[in-house]
Design a binder for this molecule. Structure first.
Ligand code: FES
Length: 109
């Protein structure tokens, strides 16, 4: 059974926005799409840009460095379907955004 760790309060990330958080040494891009939370690896696969600082439009985030776009709901790049940003399992409990710790370490290199 996976343990979850708190990475933010739900109020830290209002609807239509994203934030960057660090959990277990990983940069996480956390997004709020109309009250639903999604988390991606926060490091853009192009050249390492900060996805959590990108502009969110609907469920599409635009990397602030060179404009690559990803759907935060499934991680898919909007131009090249073979590029998919890793996603993290979340749950919301008592106003806290919780992330599965084992999922973080599964992606660790
Ligand atoms: S680093 Fe994200 S688009 Fe270049």
């Amino acid at each position: 059974m996976s343990e979850y760790i708190c990475i933010a309060k739900t109020t830290d990330c209002p609807p239509g926005q994203g934030i960057e958080v660090v959990a277990a040494g990983r940069m996480i891009a956390l997004f709020n799409v109309d009250g639903q939370f999604f988390a991606l690896d926060g490091v853009c696969p192009h050249q390492g840009g900060p996805l959590g600082q990108g502009e969110l439009c609907g469920s599409i985030v635009t990397c602030p460095w060179h404009g690559w776009q990803f759907d935060v709901e499934d991680g898919k790049n909007q131009i090249t379907s073979t590029i998919c940003q890793p996603r993290f399992e979340l749950k919301i409990e008592e106003g806290k955004v919780m992330i599965a710790q084992s999922h973080l370490t599964d992606f660790a290199e």
